[in-house]
Design a protein around this ligand. Structure first.
Ligand code: COA
Ligand code: AMP
Length: 626
């Protein structure tokens, strides 16, 4: 076939070095790379090892030097604080360079880690780009995580400095961030030198001098830091994501491949042109926020919207459409959950009709499965192309998409359409054999991964290899199951491991089980995901108590809920805990979590022949219904 998509896709697979070196020339390098992908002594793949760049230079200074200085780079819109603020490329560059100079005064240099635990405020973006300017490695931790989760990340990343704020605002509730940061630092073994704290007017934080430094004081200098020349393989950031255990995985992203992939994706996957306005309604704590609130739009010369609010209740279900009209947004990207929430409150789409949304060309959805009902509702309500695309924290950009910048394929509900150029996706069976059309198996990507994907886990290459590369030699294991149909459309059917997806947030049931088991009265437990109309999935815990426990079950169940909330954070959303006399197991003792999920979802039970005693399901069903 000779259509634009097929030509690019084929070249990206058959001559990947040539393809990506050509894409690399679209960016302003200090030294343009001549080498594509190379393996290091550990067998890990790195892109553009002879390229030199600075990501913040590419995303800011270059645009200022080339006529975009007065174009808006960042629009901050915060219904929760009734604040709006806009930065041109010139203004954002200056703010970043001044803050970077402040970080330099604190001794931050290339290779140092800086943890960022902040709400959705412009300073968070400025902090990320200031790190990039210095070659310091940022690690953003989502604000909804509890102190324990933050402390685990601090101990792993070992930051020199932490950037934070006095508070975040959840609709009308003020969430005091600083006490959570203080608690995390108490818990952590690693000691940081400084915390730079943004004092927000909604709540002033108590400062712990001389460790804590006021954000404004640090920025109030006219000195600007110059971008530091980096090698393409120097790390840009580490972003922790849930694995199957309590220890999160530190996904490591390198500067060069990241810049090339995101720049390419802005035109190819999202069909954007420089100067367009991109609105990713996510959070900078997630990969979508990293790639498409911060780096992608700015590298490509777009205007990005930073929204501190919710899809509903700030103030209502038309919030996104108001933003579209007010800033002439050209593309809107969010998680299906957000639209399920909007649909629930405004089923007839009155909010959409209320605003002039004529600037909007496309809606992009990712982060979880786009259910056909939401897909159909969006099509009907907006009349816009609704594009489902599939990716992961690890890849940093879409593995499968409908690449509207190249070609617009007919969409099929439930499918993320075709493999994005650069990704050689294959469906393998348990023995590693390739499966045929419509046969479901493990979704894998043939190595090397394209630019922009993780190159390893922070300081843990053995875990990287064990988690992703060991199941099928020569392939990256995505952890998702799925299949290709006869037209080459990819259908992602869900995770094959203990990772679940709650409101587009990735969580580990393995980690939750570790926490629940720590309750002194719990003998054993199973945590699994149940279907949820709004959030896609929500966790459910079933617990078996130790013999002789006289405590009330209801009290223990409430304590388990609180334990998860305190250890992981409110976003874990564990609301239902059920005490059961025993758990269903195979004869070899494996807990049958899949059957428990089928039971609570009301699906037919597919009980394996290896079950020890099937009558356990009747016992549990009665308790669950009761
Ligand atoms: N800081 C502190 N707490 C946070 C937080 C943050 N940044 N984000 C969420 N929380 C808290 C919420 O306040 C809530 O607490 P509660 O149980 O005390 O009410 C809890 O975590 C769950 O939050 P959330 O999942 O946002 O549920 P919700 O019921 O408040 O809102 C939606 C429902 C659908 C509106 C919301 O989930 C949403 O906007 N989803 C879109 C998801 C998204 O953008 N994902 C990004 C991937 S692309
Ligand atoms: P995260 O790393 O948090 O982005 O979560 C990645 C996981 O979310 C993937 O492995 C999938 O299980 C799921 N996911 C993301 N996008 C989609 C999609 N478009 N369709 C189905 N599942 C998705």
């Amino acid at each position: 076939m000779t259509t634009p998509y097929f030509i690019q896709y084929q070249e990206s697979i058959d001559s990947s070095d040539r393809f990506w070196l050509t894409q690399a020339t679209q960016l302003p390098w200090y030294s343009v790379p001549k080498t594509g992908c190379r393996q290091d002594k550990d067998g890990l793949h790195h892109w553009f090892p002879d390229g030199e760049l600075n990501t913040a230079y590419m995303a800011l200074d270059y645009h200022v030097e080339n006529g975009r200085g007065q174009q808006l780079a960042l629009i901050y819109d915060s219904p929760v604080t009734q604040t709006k603020q806009q930065f041109t490329y010139q203004e954002l560059k200056e703010a970043v360079a001044r803050f970077a100079a402040g970080l330099q005064r604190l001794g931050v240099v290339k290779g140092d880690r800086v943890v960022i635990y902040m709400p959705m405020v412009p300073e968070a973006v400025i902090g990320m780009l200031a790190c990039a300017r210095l070659g310091a490695i940022h690690s953003v931790v989502f604000g909804g995580f509890a102190p324990h989760e933050l402390s685990v990340r601090i101990d792993d990343a070992k930051p020199k400095v932490i950037l934070s704020a006095s508070c975040g605002i959840e609709i009308e509730r003020i969430i005091a961030y600083k006490p959570m940061l203080d608690e995390a630092l108490e818990k952590a073994n690693h000691k940081v030198e400084h915390c730079v704290v943004l004092q927000r007017s909604a709540l002033k934080a108590k400062m712990n001098m001389p460790r804590d430094i006021d954000w404004q004081t640090l920025s109030n200098h006219s000195l600007e830091a110059k971008p530091v020349k980096l090698n393409a393989c120097d790390p840009l950031y580490v972003l922790y994501t849930s694995g199957t255990t309590g220890k999160p995985k530190g996904v490591l992203r390198e500067n060069g491949g990241h810049a090339v992939a995101l720049n390419y994706s802005m035109s190819t996957v999202y069909g954007m042109s420089p100067g367009d306005v991109f609105f990713a309604a996510s959070d900078i704590g997630w990969v979508v926020g990293h790639s498409y609130i911060v780096y992608g739009p700015l590298l490509f010369g777009c205007t990005t919207v930073l929204y501190e609010g919710k899809p509903i209740r700030t103030p209502d279900a038309s919030a996104f459409w108001r933003i579209v009209e007010e800033y002439n947004v050209n593309a809107l990207f969010t998680a299906p959950t957000a639209f399920r929430a909007i649909k629930k409150e405004d089923p007839t789409g009155l909010g959409f009709k209320k605003y002039d949304t004529s600037s909007l060309k496309t809606l992009f959805l990712a982060g979880e499965r786009l259910d056909p009902a939401t897909y159909e509702w969006l099509l009907e309500t907006t009349g816009l192309p609704v594009i489902d695309h599939w990716w992961q924290t690890e890849t940093g950009w879409a593995i499968a998409s409908n690449p509207v910048g190249l070609e617009k394929f007919v969409t099929k509900p439930g499918s993320a359409t075709k493999c994005t150029p650069g990704y050689d996706v294959q469906i393998l069976d348990a023995a590693g054999e390739k499966l045929g059309v419509n046969e479901q198996g493990a979704v894998c990507i043939k190595l090397p991964l394209p630019p922009g994907c993780l190159t390893t886990l922070w300081q843990d290459t053995p875990r990287f290899k064990q988690s992703y590369l060991s199941a099928y030699p020569g392939y990256y294991l995505t952890g998702d199951g799925g299949y290709f149909d006869e037209d080459g459309y990819l259908f992602i059917m869900g995770r094959t491991d203990d990772v679940i997806n709650v409101a587009g947030h990735r969580l580990s049931t393995g980690e939750m089980e570790e926490i629940v088991s720590n309750h002194p009265d719990v003998a054993e437990c199973a945590v699994f995901a149940a279907k949820c109309e709004l959030k896609g999935q929500t966790p459910v815990a079933m617990i078996v108590l130790k013999d002789g426990i006289s405590h009330s079950h209801t009290e223990i169940e409430a304590e388990v809920v609180a334990q998860i909330r305190n250890q992981i954070g409110a976003i874990a959303c564990l609301k239902r805990v059920l005490t059961v006399p025993r758990l269903p197991k195979t004869r070899s003792g494996k807990i049958l979590r899949k059957n428990l999920r089928q039971l609570v979802d009301g699906d037919p039970l597919q009980i394996p022949s290896t079950i020890d005693d099937a009558s356990v399901f009747n016992e549990i069903d009665k308790l669950w219904q009761g």
